[in-house]
Design a protein around this ligand. Structure first.
Ligand SMILES: [Fe+2]
Length: 387
């Protein structure tokens, strides 16, 4: 849950006139979820945000799953994916259900159009690349290791600075927020939380574009892409305030928890959505009991599909993974360290691992694109003989 923020000019009270130098009005817009009851912001535009000249359908987004879901552990080498140039239109879907969807984007060219996801919040984990996300709320810089949270409905564009670029996109059916147990009854992150409001980066550098002409905004809604043409530049906001805006937090600002003996994955939690959680595994010293086993024990987590995206090639309990690997350990099956990894972890001072975990409480479907980059023997890698 972000904190209150204000940029640019806003009137002394909401819903009162804010006038330009020539006496004309700025146009107020509320952007928020759950009707008028959820988190929201009030924006002040140079022109009516509703002024649309044309609407056309681009295409449907029919994400196709593999024909049969056979429960076994899976490993996908996402570095082998070739994607198109756009940060938003050329995402390759990997795993999905109605709560959460994971895809990969490797943009090479800035979009000429703007984008609004009307059906999901997005958490974009920046694996590689730096630049800024421009939106109606101002510019938000990003760099490797950032989670960039873009709540639904926000018009934005990914500006590409220094590449190459690789994004893990986590799209959420529900509102993405910080875990409730990290916040006190007043909404503030407590001293027990592994990050604080100071780590949350908010938009800055608000510069309204005073331009008329044809400007395309591509909207994702109902699993379809639609292009609307506005008669003015969509980023024409002179000021805004509220709780609803894009924000970023770095995986490197997550303060890891370490115990005398092994602590379970929920200590690594960073975000929650509806039906899933996101955790950050970061470099840290290992447990400090001399006989402790830092690697996890085998575990059967029913009612949960576990996904790990590896942002480097080290993970304390896993063999054979590389930067960009994505593993899926489905509901109902035991998983844990591969042979040798448990013994190997004992007495080690720490780990340099960097990984994003998405635990979905409902089963995930595997896309046909993911099947094409699968390491087919992964499910056999716990056999002693294969190691
Ligand atoms: Fe696990």
């Amino acid at each position: 849950m972000p904190i209150y923020h204000q940029l640019g000019r806003v009137p002394r009270k909401r819903h009162v006139a804010l006038r330009r130098d020539d006496g004309g009005l700025y146009y107020e817009e509320l952007v928020g979820n759950q009707g008028f009851a959820g988190p929201s912001s009030l924006l002040y535009h140079l022109r009516l945000p509703t002024a649309v000249k044309a609407v056309r359908s681009i295409r449907g987004l029919a994400w196709v799953a593999e024909p049969e879901r056979v429960a076994r552990h899976r490993h996908f080498r996402t570095s082998a994916l070739s994607t198109g140039p756009s940060a938003v239109l050329d995402r390759v879907p990997l795993l999905f259900n109605s709560d959460v969807a994971l895809s990969i984007a490797r943009p090479r060219k800035e979009d000429a159009f703007f984008y609004r996801n009307g059906q999901g919040d997005e958490v974009v984990f920046v694996v590689e690349g730096e630049g800024c996300l421009e939106s109606s709320f101002g510019e938000l810089d990003y760099r490797p290791g950032d989670y960039v949270v873009v709540p639904r409905g926000i018009v934005h564009r990914w500006r590409l600075g220094k590449g190459p670029f690789r994004f893990l996109v986590i799209e959420s059916g529900g509102y993405v927020r910080t875990p409730k147990r990290y916040r006190n009854e007043h909404g503030q992150l407590t001293e027990m939380a592994p990050f604080s409001e100071r780590d949350m980066r908010r938009p800055e550098r608000l510069a309204p574009h005073d331009e008329t002409g044809d400007f395309a905004v591509v909207i994702k809604s109902g699993n379809r892409l639609v292009e609307t043409t506005l008669d003015h530049h969509p980023l024409d906001v002179v000021g805004w305030d509220g709780y609803y805006y894009p924000w970023a937090i770095s995986i490197h600002d997550f303060e890891p928890r370490v115990g005398r003996v092994h602590l379970p994955p929920p200590v690594h939690q960073m975000f929650e959505g509806d039906g899933f959680v996101i955790c950050s595994f970061v470099p840290r010293p290992f447990d400090f009991e001399p006989d402790s086993i830092p690697a996890p024990y085998s575990h059967t987590n029913v009612m949960s599909d576990e996904v790990l995206f590896y942002a480097n090639s080290e993970f304390m309990s896993r063999k054979g993974i590389e930067l960009g690997s994505l593993t899926l350990h489905p509901d109902g099956l035991p998983h844990g360290p591969q042979p040798g990894k448990t013994e190997e972890s004992i007495g080690k001072p720490g780990t340099a691992e960097l990984a994003v975990m998405v635990d979905s409480f409902r089963p995930l479907l595997v896309s046909r694109e993911a099947v094409g980059i699968e390491d087919p023997g992964y499910y056999l890698s716990w056999l002693e003989a294969s190691n």
